[in-house]
Write a protein that binds this ligand. Sequence first.
Ligand code: ADP
Ligand code: MG
Length: 315
Amino acid sequence: ATMPPLLSAIATCGRHGVLVKSAAAMERLGAVTRVALDKTGTLTEESARVGGIRVLPGSGLTEDEALALAAAAERPSEHPLARAVVTAARERGLRLEPAADFASAPGRGVRAVVTGHTVQVGSPTALLGGAAAPPERPATCRDDSVRTAITSRCPVRAAVAEVEDSGATAVAVLVDGRPVAVLAIAAPLRAGAAEAVAALGRLTGTPPVLLTGDNKRAAARLGEEVGITDVRAGLLPQDKVATVRGWEDAGERMLMVGDGVNDAPALAAAHSGVAMGRAGSALTVEAADAVVVRDELAAVPAVVTLSRRARRLVA
Ligand code: ADP
Ligand code: MG
């Protein structure tokens, strides 16, 4: 007996390293009209690297000390940035103290108690803005242009702006609420990212969009490299959901492609979702119609194509 087309398509996907969850999931994948891609861990490889450490004047810490504290706090996290921090500390042969009371906030960062001190590692916007800003900080510190940051003698803002201008992701390290260092972290593009973006654009007739929690400059630079002009940066998980919902409400059937726990709600809100990578978080895998286990972005346009063929045969 021959297999029904959708099941046969699922089998083909499986042979190519994509696990599709059901016939209904297979069918949804082919019905999408617009694609939204996450940046970190999705368009970029999961293995990011720490390219530089800027210790802030007055912190009293060395680079190694700042990195060791950050790595100790990040150790329990599965985020690609967290793994970059831990790897950098290991490569320098640093001893990591145990962390207590670990907490992570998707799209923001982590917090833990290390050697009796509260260490926070994460997004400069989340950790340095608003209520988290130390009271002595002048209001102009919120402005993230390099010039204003330097002239207003706000070293942490200056360091963040410098890192972001270089196209890297800036990660702030705070000890007991005080900024002590800024890490510059970069991840290489996944092989075939630009080709996959182009293929998805051809399939849907609409250029894909980039949704990321990272800073505007790093996001825009990556957008240029892969050929995405609609780039939405600085998004928290709920902002990704709102963006996806907005398109769904306007009649689009969205395909959300993401890797992290921060993408799970957006995957669930979209018509269909694809989770990238073996290391994809359990929640993301749960919310997805398909999981790319072979870590190749080319798999995403491939499953859409297979689904369309199968749907034509069913109809
Ligand atoms: P993306 O949407 O590009 O995948 P995320 O939403 O995962 O990015 O992260 C957004 C931002 O939150 C990061 O650029 C970083 O500043 C911060 N962040 C989140 N988790 C962590 C972490 N574990 N360590 C450091 N920074 C983090
Ligand atoms: Mg991600």
